[in-house]
Design a protein around this ligand. Structure first.
Ligand code: CO
Length: 226
């Protein structure tokens, strides 16, 4: 009996999948056939694993149009073979033209890093966010409101991760080959479903450091104006 109920646990998902597949074919009879033959996405999305930030939906892209990597708090860690492999495949094989690092306000990973209450293995992952907070202490310190401080850390984290993408051998090699590749930093607000561009756009090896510095200056100025 127990086994049977376990097997039925996903019934509604499988039913919904059949309806989706049938609907897709009704709207576009060659939809799946085209996807079997090739995928040619223009964008790589590196986002948070948070269930409320579904990459394709929020930018209105169909299957085949967005290559996606998601992890807790959208981190790009230089020793993370998973993220690096996705990046390498996206840039060198699929030849995406844009890498989008997308964070979101209200990120549980950012909140956990700030609280620093032990959660287990994931604390090692969240340590990277604490490193960002420490490195950008001067920007964060004047922000006395806790919620706003967390928002600023979400923004700073996205910017640092976009900068990390630029520093990988993958982005550097693409640029030295003359391959068009632009790295962007976006942030998503759960409460209104809107994306905001954090003003970081790097498409040559000379740009990332200055883009990071000026985007962080804008955050700093906003904190001080308050
Ligand atoms: Co998150």
């Amino acid at each position: 009996m127990k086994r049977e109920s376990g097997h039925q646990g996903l019934d509604h998902l499988l039913d919904s999948n059949r309806r989706w597949a049938e609907g897709s074919v009704r709207e576009d009879p060659t939809f799946f056939q085209r996807l079997v033959e090739q995928q040619a996405p223009k964008y790589l999305w590196i986002g948070c694993a948070d269930s409320r930030v579904p990459a394709n939906e929020i930018v209105g892209l169909l299957p085949g149009e967005l290559f996606v990597h998601r992890n807790v708090a959208n981190l790009v860690v230089h020793t993370d073979l998973n993220c690096l492999s996705v990046l390498q495949y996206a840039v060198e094989v699929l030849r995406v033209e844009h890498v989008i690092v997308c964070g979101h306000y209200g990120c549980g990973g950012i909140a956990a890093a700030e609280r620093a209450t032990p959660l287990g293995l994931i604390d090692n992952w969240l340590r990277h966010i604490q490193d960002v907070a420490e490195r950008r202490r001067a920007v964060l310190a004047p922000e006395t409101d806790r919620a706003r401080r967390a928002d600023r850390l979400c923004e700073l984290n996205v910017l640092e991760q976009a900068h990390n993408v630029c520093r990988t051998t993958i982005a550097q090699d693409a640029w030295s080959r003359g391959q068009p590749l632009c790295v962007h930093a976006l942030i998503y607000r759960l409460s209104d479903g809107l994306l905001q561009d954090l003003g970081f756009a790097a498409s040559t090896p000379a740009e990332p450091a200055a883009e990071l510095a000026s985007a962080i200056e804008r955050i700093e100025a906003r904190v001080k104006r308050r």
